[in-house]
Design a protein around this ligand. Sequence first.
Ligand SMILES: *Cc1c(COP(=O)(O)O)cnc(C)c1O
Length: 378
Amino acid sequence: MELFNVYPLFDITPVKAEGCYVWDENGKKYLDLYGGHAVISIGHSHPTYVEKISTQLQQIGFYSNSVQNPLQKELAEKLGKQSGCEDYQLFLCNSGAEANENALKLASFITGKKKIISYKKGFHGRTSAAVAITDNPKIIAPVNETDNALILPFNDIDATEEALKKGDVAAVIVEGIQGIGGIYVPDTEFLTKLKQLTEKYVAVLILDEIQSGYGRSGKFFAYQHTEIKPDIVTMAKGMGNGFPIGGVLIQPEIEPWFGMLGTTFGGNHLACAAAIAVLDVMKDENLVENAEKVGNYLMDKLAAIDAAFEIRGEGLMIGLEFKQPIAEIRKKLLFDYGIFTGVSGQNIIRLLPPLSLTTEQADTFLAAFAEVLGSFAE
Ligand SMILES: *Cc1c(COP(=O)(O)O)cnc(C)c1O
């Protein structure tokens, strides 16, 4: 059978990984500043993580959500403490899109309304409601098209209020930091007013922290760079360090009823074990603080490089926007210097390394990056 060919692939076959490094089948070592698309939070194959999942699998790997699962409670407790969101409720699922899908459904259930406000350059997933509010017509199939999606200019509070005034908006969803769109940080004032307006017009404020959350921005959630308290927060990528798991944080006033949401695999024993190990390692190794420290270090050093690109981001979520396409820069970093980086559109490099990245590893990247830029400038 052939694979359904939807991904343009680099001709590299990783077979081993540890910390911020990946090795291919020929034994070549790569520095990972991409984190497998912002997924690797505590570093590849962390011994605590490997041990926790292996032990769990020997005990019980899966049972359905029809019986008690103490691991879900342990995860909720630890996540509450470490994120500073102890008063929220947690719903567990399997991916980012599924987290957003449930968040949107919840918002619609509790408000009885249908319209969703999202923003230009936003990405919220590929499932039906999530893709309908994503600003990328190429991935919206006819079956996903709906009048309920209002995609407004980013950071535009007036356009948002205009739309909210009509009274039919169930939710406003915004990324903590726009990721796939190219690393755009929402203005603090925009988020603050958004919080006030969603309260005023009785809409649910959803922060999509699927990429920007879990310590990546130097705070547990990127919105925590401000004072706002969202009604719902969605997360996934860094949560399982590669094990598929997603979560929805829900304000205490939102009351569940049996059957309101559900999933077969969500919150299973193995996924919970993985997510608990991630939180334990993040705490033991102060990885949120490290993301802030090494992120600031990287951004300061990048700003000192004599080349024309704009730097955006927070912590270890950094976008480098060039005037010209960056495909060749990225290829050279990968094949000549053994460094993985991410991309956004044609001209933005995205850095999304494991949160355990050291300043020495940052220096390795910086030296290579300066050389590559120099070689293209000649
Ligand atoms: C990746 C991503 C999603 C979708 O997550 P999947 O796990 O791929 O479904 C949603 N929102 C944001 C901001 C993302 O970065």
